[in-house]
Ligand binder design. Structure first.
Ligand code: UD1
Length: 346
């Protein structure tokens, strides 16, 4: 019988892509989302891509403990992937309580209920490379030290990792046993090649690729490249941009590792990146080239809180998860552009 995976925050950007890959790998999926930061566009897209018209969807807030209990009473959940969280770095600085309340409470509720199940549960937490701060040594491995978080958002990622580690340590055996994996994403970008699901930022995008595509389509006048005086080859920041479909597949590998009892430790952490640094300028140039257009951009002062350069050493994920990033930056940027054109109705 197919195993069932609960995807909290499953109607969002990463959650919808993960749902597609889980279904194509043969899992049953229950999508839960409070819809506070998305509409049904991606969920409808997932149903179209997978042909699952009856894909279970539960509109709920994970801060509501009773709702989480009810969800687990209705479905037998073998693994849960937790995306349901707020994610705007700047907003988290302005409204820390909103972030601590939501991101920590929802995750603790989930663990509380998962631990209350006789059969226990496998828990995958969506963490971020933001936990490494400004690294001293590149690329970063999972052993690289975590740095003090520079935002409440980043802090919630670190705290949730710690909560999961501690719960797994305390509850690894017997009834209600928990196993956990934290995936540290580098910079997820792109969209599904079908053009049916992608990123839908509300208001002015903070992240680079949605800002690029919105500028290209004419929604924004000009992209500001934040800083061209960094100590990098071309003066702009370097990141590890990971294709969203590749990233989604890493979740399928990680869930399989937990469900098939292949874990070497009850709590494991993996970097999910390509291992290749790409500068802002290189990304802009690649976008122009692959989509055959000119982007209006200018150099602007540095953005506060940005790190100069960070990219992953993904060896551990390559070896232990049997996962590797496969799609080129060009394919990824073509998919992002296809998606932007589709949502603009062009
Ligand atoms: C940020 C978050 C990270 C989160 C990720 C989600 C921090 C410090 N960063 O990463 O935790 O997981 O988003 O995708 O917490 N840029 C421009 N112009 C723009 C927008 C961005 O030049 O209009 C540059 C930035 O300076 C940066 C690069 O593009 O060098 C990537 O920025 P962004 O997409 O916002 O991601 P990060 O800041 O790396």
């Amino acid at each position: 019988m197919a195993k069932t995976v609960l995807v909290s925050g499953g109607a969002g950007f990463i959650g919808s892509h993960v749902t597609v890959e889980l279904i194509s790998a043969g899992y049953d999926v229950v999508v839960a989302d409070d819809m506070s930061n998305c509409d049904l566009t991606c969920f409808e897209g997932v149903k179209k891509i997978t042909g699952r018209d009856n894909l279970p969807f539960v509109k709920m807030d994970f801060c509501d403990l009773e709702a989480v209990h009810n969800l687990f009473a209705e479905y037998h959940i073998d693994a849960v992937i937790h995306f349901a969280a707020f994610k705007a770095v700047g907003e988290s600085v302005a409204e820390p309580l909103k972030y601590y309340n939501n991101n920590l409470t929802s995750f603790m509720n989930l663990l509380t209920v998962a631990h209350a199940q006789k059969s226990g549960c496998n828990v995958l937490f969506s963490s971020s490379a933001t936990v490494y701060g400004e690294p001293d040594v590149l690329p970063v491995t999972e052993e690289s030290p975590r740095q003090p978080a520079t935002s409440p958002y980043g802090n919630t990622k670190q705290i949730c990792e710690d909560i999961l580690r501690d719960c797994v340590k305390a509850y690894s055996e017997g009834e209600g046993a928990l196993k956990g994996i934290a995936l540290r994403y580098f910079n997820p970008i792109g969209a599904h090649p079908s053009g049916l699901i992608g990123e839908l930022p509300r208001g002015v995008p903070n992240n680079l690729v949605p800002f690029i595509t919105q500028t290209a389509i004419g929604k924004r006048e000009c992209l500001s490249i934040f800083g061209n005086d960094y100590p990098t080859p071309d003066g702009t920041c370097q990141r590890d941009y990971i294709d969203i479909v590749d990233l989604a597949k890493a979740h399928v590998c990680a869930v399989g590792r937990m469900i098939d009892e292949k874990m070497e430790n009850d709590y494991e952490v993996f970097n999910i990146g390509t291992g290749v640094p790409v500068s802002v300028l290189e990304l802009v140039n690649a976008f122009e080239k692959v989509n055959n257009l000119k982007l209006n951009y200018k150099f602007a002062p540095r953005r506060s809180g940005d790190v100069t350069a960070i990219w992953a050493d993904p060896t551990l994920a390559n070896e232990k998860l049997g996962w590797k990033a496969e799609r080129s930056v060009e394919e990824t940027l073509a998919a992002a552009w296809k998606w932007e054109q589709r949502i603009a109705g062009k």
